[in-house]
Design a protein around this ligand. Structure first.
Ligand code: PAF
Length: 270
């Protein structure tokens, strides 16, 4: 992969990169199309990264659909699919390996509920950046906290890579596209769009001057009433996920479980 990228870079070609864990859906394909528009060569990685799963069962259940994924990437004219084996990325025991961590940003919200998750994400993304050597990498806003953390890592560690964000792609009923949606049964699938609905209405109320603590409590109650086990709903600064500050962009983020499927989503406050 590094050799191929070097040849492209030496030829003056701009490399675009979309890191994924596979099981591609329309949200991923939107990221790939965006990379296609802004780069001369597009690389997509598919790697289910064990380091970022805090629950072994979630890692085991993560859908793996490599053949179908490769067919979709080929149809989009992707120049390289990088599909490393676990033993390629982690040749030694995972105990004691060097890691990349963005403190503070990684400790709140998702990080508080999934200890070690973001350390796993930043470590693998740093490795993939070194292996693929892109000029630009495209990430979805669906994983809003991940996007901020990757931007911070790139800025703090001087990766010469531009990070481009794409809006969340949604099903017609509003549910954010996610590989985990396929694990919802029919009843859970019918409930799932309520997460977006509640976050959107919370964002509207926050935009109209509502008090964040009260809005968060109310949203948690509504999610529980709809049949979720809500983990958090938080009105935060969209810059650093700190408490919302007057005049700064804000976002409402939420995570909730339906059975053993964990869904996340977020809505900007206008
Ligand atoms: O967003 C994802 O799918 C993953 O966290 C990523 C960025 C591919 C790292 O494994």
């Amino acid at each position: 992969m590094q050799g191929r990228s070097r040849l492209w870079t030496q030829a003056g070609l701009r490399i675009g990169f979309v890191p994924t864990m596979g099981n591609l859906h329309a949200g991923h394909l939107d990221l790939v199309r965006a990379a296609r528009r802004i780069a001369d060569r597009v690389v997509v990685s598919i790697f289910v990264n064990p380091l970022q799963f805090d629950e072994a069962a979630d890692f085991a259940a993560y859908p793996r659909t490599l053949e179908a994924d490769l067919a979709q990437l080929e149809a989009l004219g992707v120049d390289a699919a990088f599909v490393p084996a676990e033993s390629t990325l982690y040749p030694r025991s995972r105990e004691g390996i060097a890691f990349v961590e963005v403190p503070e940003l990684s400790d709140v919200l998702e990080g508080a509920h999934r200890p070690g998750h973001f350390r796993g994400v930043t470590t693998v993304v740093a490795k993939l950046f070194h292996l693929v050597g892109p000029d630009v990498a495209v990430f979805g806003e669906k994983d809003f906290q991940q996007l901020l953390i990757v931007r911070r890592m790139v800025a703090d560690l001087d990766f010469p890579i531009e990070i481009v964000a794409r809006p969340t792609v949604r099903e017609p009923d509003g549910l954010a596209m996610s590989s985990r949606n396929r694990r919802l049964d029919a009843q859970q699938r019918a409930i799932a769009p309520a997460l977006y609905r509640v976050l959107r209405e919370t964002a509207e109320a926050a935009g109209a001057g509502g008090e964040p603590d009260e809005l968060e409590r109310n949203a948690m109650d509504r999610l529980a009433d709809a049949g979720f086990r809500p983990e958090y709903v938080a009105v935060r600064s969209a810059e650093d996920l700190g408490p919302p500050r007057a005049g700064e962009p804000r976002v409402v983020l939420g995570a909730a479980r339906l059975g053993d499927v964990r869904l996340i989503d977020n809505v900007r406050i206008s």
